[in-house]
Design a protein around this ligand. Structure first.
Ligand SMILES: NC(=O)c1ccc[n+]([C@@H]2O[C@H](COP(=O)([O-])OP(=O)(O)OC[C@H]3O[C@@H](n4cnc5c(N)ncnc54)[C@H](OP(=O)(O)O)[C@@H]3O)[C@@H](O)[C@H]2O)c1
Length: 511
């Protein structure tokens, strides 16, 4: 077992989707790898009535279904499940926290966890300020000599806009110190996102080129093949900008654009991230339609299957103006990136599921090989594939053997799957373990969250206040509205299209 301290993880929202699909399976995967402390317990909390045994039986099924590793050792699973407990309370009810406190005291005695507690908020966001306040009212946040440590993990979404994110920060910080607060963004738990730091800062090859002198523009794409599924009510209130850009894609942008931190530590890395967000150019309302394109999918047929339009989906109003696609041309106004556009796009019902960063290097200053040169816009690219088929690819021009100088675009690629013994932990495994170990490097800090909202908030407000800003339809299964092309100024520049429109099953796509 690891040297991490004994602790209890209290999951608020234990009967919910995230707990069963991600959190408990990730804990099992940590347990399987002997990465959890020996003295460890999970206390599930929500309103539904379960006994400890019923909760364990329910989670057993879910671990079987959703765990990450190959095969399943039944005896091990049984031992893991015995670490789970359940307490039904309504977290809206301040008095109910006395029951929680008693249960925690008992469990702490039973499991000898030294008063070390992690509270994981996986409830509807409307409870994110209430639960910490009520925990505080019962001194459940108090830490120190003889009382162990206390940490709080908060799921996304962190706020609905700048004002609500700021208010939530202030409420929580009245009870928990910033060093106790872990705002989760599961993108930061992805191996390939973390690898950007290693790729950039442990290799002498690329970093000298990583600036405005050599990079023409950067693309960040997060495409989803699926639509809103059964999350229509939530999604229509959120939209692509809030759901994907404000958190996940901003974090990816931070990794791509940050200065080298003086050391890899929570302070070092997060100081540099916040500087990137602070340097993002904020658009005035009249600039929004020039730099931001929003879209909504319309009905279409994808590989023979009729796909309803967004407005025909369950729980979506017939006149909804929520964006299911957004493309942003962003600028980081600092010394390294002055004038380099960052094109960020995300959407639902696109041709495939893929998340990648494409670094487009500048062309050579003079075009020497004019005869049959295929090394056009798709050459001189470095592609960092975050999911699926995680890997890194360089695209460059090569001479075709034979007379003259015919140039072909070729790939040099690395796939994580080529590391035959590499086990890629799920993002939640990594992040839960980091929190148990007290390492907040891969969690968002209050100032970064607010700096991110400062960029996003004016766009949301412009959309709300200026109905003349268009929302463009795009047929399901295409790469979004045609108008996204207009974000590029230079002739010949365009997005990378990892798969042709309507091309595949949405699961896998060749680099
Ligand atoms: N699911 C995902 O993949 C995912 C991904 C990223 C972020 N998130 C975020 O994580 C949070 C949870 O998501 P989810 O999908 O798991 O939601 P969910 O399935 O709706 O679960 C919500 C949980 O909160 C509990 N709850 C609601 N009101 C409560 C109350 N008054 N007192 C105690 N418990 C209460 C519910 O249980 P009872 O009804 O039994 O009380 C349930 O366990 C959300 O904020 C979501 O935005 C989810």
């Amino acid at each position: 077992m690891s040297q991490s301290s004994p602790c209890i993880l209290v999951i608020f929202g234990a009967s919910g989707d995230l707990t069963k699909r991600k959190l408990v399976p990730a804990l099992f995967d940590l347990y399987r790898q002997k990465l959890l402390p020996e003295r460890f317990a999970v206390l599930g909390v929500s309103r539904s009535e379960y006994s400890d045994d019923a909760f364990r039986t329910y989670m057993l099924e879910n671990v079987r279904k959703y765990h990450n590793g190959d095969g399943l050792d039944k005896a091990l699973l049984k031992r893991f499940i015995a670490h789970l407990y359940y307490q039904a309370i309504d977290t809206n009810d301040a008095a109910a926290y006395a029951t929680l406190k008693t249960r925690l005291d008992d469990l702490n005695d039973e499991r000898q966890t030294r008063g070390n507690y992690i509270y994981y908020l996986s409830t509807p966001p409307s409870l994110y300020d209430k639960i910490p306040r009520y925990l505080g009212a019962h001194d459940l946040q108090v830490q120190g000599e003889g009382q162990g440590w206390k940490r709080l993990i908060i799921e996304k979404p962190f706020g609905y806009d700048l004002a609500s994110a700021g208010a939530l920060n202030r409420t929580i910080q009245q009870i928990f110190g910033e060093e106790q607060i872990y705002r989760i963004d599961h993108y930061l738990g992805k191996e390939t996102v973390q690898n950007m730091l290693v790729f950039r800062f442990s290799n002498g090859i690329f970093e000298p080129l990583w600036n405005r002198n050599y990079i023409h523009h950067v693309e960040i794409t997060a495409a989803e093949f699926i639509g809103v599924e059964n999350r229509g009510r939530y999604y229509d209130h959120s939209g692509a900008l809030r759901d994907m850009v404000q958190n996940h894609l901003m974090q990816v942008l931070g990794m791509v654009a940050m200065e080298p931190p003086s050391r890899i530590s929570a302070t070092g890395v997060r100081n540099e991230t916040v500087k990137v967000f602070d340097a993002l150019r904020v658009y005035r309302p009249e600039e929004v339609s020039r730099y931001v394109v929003r879209g909504q999918y319309t009905a279409s047929t994808v590989r023979g299957e009729a796909i309803p339009g967004y407005r025909e989906e369950a729980d979506i109003p017939a006149d909804s103006r929520t964006e299911t696609f957004v493309a942003v041309k962003a600028f980081i106004d600092n010394w390294r990136w002055g004038g380099v556009p960052f094109f960020i796009r995300t959407g639902k019902r696109l041709p495939t599921r893929v998340t990648e960063v494409v670094i487009h290097f500048k062309k050579t200053p003079h075009h020497l090989f004019t005869e049959n040169d295929q090394c056009d816009v798709s050459c001189n690219q470095l592609i960092l594939r975050i999911q699926p088929d995680e890997g890194i690819l360089v695209k460059f021009g090569m001479k075709l053997p034979g007379a003259g100088f015919q140039i072909r675009n070729v790939n040099m690629d690395f796939h994580y799957s080529d590391l035959t013994d590499a086990y890629i932990p799920s993002a939640y495994e990594r992040l839960l373990l980091d929190c148990i170990l007290g390492d907040a490097t891969l969690y968002a800090r209050a100032d970064a969250v607010e700096a991110g909202w400062k960029f996003v908030d004016p766009i949301l407000r412009a959309w709300q206040e200026r109905p003349e800003i268009q929302i463009f339809g795009y047929p399901a299964g295409t790469w979004g509205p045609r108008e996204t092309q207009a974000l590029f100024d230079e002739p010949g520049d365009d997005w990378r299209y990892p798969c042709a429109n309507l091309a595949n099953d949405g699961e896998y796509c060749e680099l």
